[in-house]
Design a protein around this ligand. Structure first.
Ligand code: F0G
Length: 447
């Protein structure tokens, strides 16, 4: 094996390093890890990536993840050799990321009050398992195979389990999924069953399910594929790659995500840090994270709503005490995350420190939106002929709020990531049957 890729602790004051074949998700001191590459990739690759859009019967060119494989080459293989790629890289026949790129949606632009040409929305729901998770799962399962993992494990609000289950079934690896009992959308739960995962129902919320799954993974030698796994983050970098490629590698002013466990925020931050360092982009887009009002840990901490202290990465010296205090305050007052957008019903975002690093690097912002705003956001995307789930509806809702508050300026170019497709079928049915809702088209009865 070559020696280009390795793991490194994200804390610049710690900096512990590990071999790429390590399955740890944190360093000895408990900090999250990054996949690092020693060599700087040539900008000539931009052209190669573009040319691979004509895949010429190569599934690793067809895949919207592996099309960028030189930037994710933790397997340290000869990426030009299809034979080597097939031996190492996990792909659902090239389907992950294949359909996803940013589109203009005029009705959403009208809703958020900006010009259509300034707004791009990227439907990651058009991945094979129906969410952005496939981008990172292809890379995580690739690493799982590299280290000969026998069983993969995750906790999930639904989409992670669907994606993990799909790849595990395809690669014939066992898969245990820990879910918050009764809080997973039916379309997601049915995928976990359909793909033959072992479902473990945890009496509690996602945060409890994650704690349990991490504990069991350690005890029973499971390979964790939640976004605390640094290899998940690598695959999810391709979401902004595809957006940037569509924009001719001219950085937009904003990239907007819904915020849950903050894996996406972290991967977008890492993507931008690397591209900027390599001089592939000249400008750094600002990341905006949109929390649900009922699950707004990052919003509260980042904006100084708790103890009047704004939590920041602070060049690698974040006030971790404040986070601990905040979680104690949630527990003491019985505050549990609560939103109909169950995908982001998360109170303890495990990637919070990586998320803060991303926000600091990009001068990011964090806003919150209500359930009703998310439902309007979801519905207006639907009226453009695109399908997305409620958590993704946070993106148009958040953009609308930021434009109204002049955080996003009139001429700013905005890319919003629509993270998943509709898997909670009663949400749109109920929305449209209530004529009070802004975009409702109630059914008509015919006698
Ligand atoms: N959007 C959707 C559709 C999701 O499923 C999730 C997370 C998020 C946004 C939040 O993304 O964690 O990167 O901030 N779903 C996870 C799951 C937690 O288990 O499927 P994040």
């Amino acid at each position: 094996m070559q020696d280009n890729a390795y793991l490194k602790c994200i804390d610049p004051h710690c900096g512990l390093e590990y071999d790429i074949s390590s399955t740890r998700i944190e360093c000895d001191k408990g900090h999250l890890l990054d996949v690092k590459y020693k060599k700087i990739p040539s900008r000539v690759l931009k052209e190669l990536f573009y040319n691979r859009r004509n895949p010429q019967n190569n599934i690793f060119n067809e895949s919207g993840v592996w099309r960028f494989r030189e930037l994710l080459n933790f397997c340290q293989i000869d990426t030009a050799s299809t034979e080597e790629c097939s031996k190492y890289l996990v792909s659902l026949d090239g389907a992950e990321g294949r359909q996803s790129k940013p589109y203009h949606m005029s009705k959403v632009a009208h809703f958020v009050e900006t010009k259509s040409e300034n707004l791009w929305l990227q439907p990651e729901g058009y991945n094979p398992s129906g969410s952005f998770k496939d981008n990172g799962m292809a890379t995580a399962i690739t690493h799982a195979k590299l280290v000969n993992a026998k069983k993969i494990v995750c906790a999930s609000t639904g989409n992670t389990s669907a994606s993990a289950g799909m790849y595990a079934a395809n690669e014939d690896i066992e898969c245990d999924v820990y879910i918050p009992s009764g809080q997973v959308a039916p379309g997601k739960l049915s995928q976990a069953y359909q793909f033959g995962t072992q479902i473990i129902q945890v009496d509690g919320n996602f945060d409890d399910a994650l704690a349990k799954s991490l504990e069991d993974a350690k005890k029973y030698d499971g390979y964790t594929v939640n976004s605390v796994n640094p290899f998940r983050i690598e695959g999810q970098k391709t979401i902004p790659y595809r957006a940037l490629e569509q924009l001719g590698w001219e950085a937009p002013d904003w990239i907007v995500y819904p915020g849950g466990a903050l894996g996406n925020t972290s991967s977008c931050g890492k993507c931008l840090m690397e591209l900027y360092e390599w001089n592939w982009i000249k400008k750094i887009p600002r990341i905006a994270v949109v929390n649900a009002e009922g699950a707004n840990t990052l919003f509260e901490l980042y904006n100084g709503k708790f103890e009047e202290t704004e939590l920041r990465w602070n060049k690698g010296k974040p006030n971790v005490e404040l986070i601990v205090k905040y979680y104690k305050h949630l527990d003491k007052n019985g505050i549990r995350p609560k939103t109909k957008a169950t995908a982001i019903q998360i109170g303890r975002p495990v990637n919070i420190l990586k998320g803060l690093r991303a926000l600091e690097f990009t001068n990011g912002v964090v806003v919150e939106v209500s359930d009703s705003e998310m439902l309007d956001g979801m519905s207006i995307v639907g009226l453009n002929g695109f399908d997305c789930e409620m958590a993704s509806g946070a993106v148009p809702a958040g953009i609308k709020k930021m434009i109204k508050d002049e955080v996003i300026k009139k001429d700013d170019v905005v890319v919003g990531i629509l993270t998943g497709r509709q898997k909670d079928p009663m949400l749109p049915v109920d929305y449209h049957n209530n004529p009070q809702n802004r975009f409702a088209i109630p059914p008509r009865d015919k006698k």
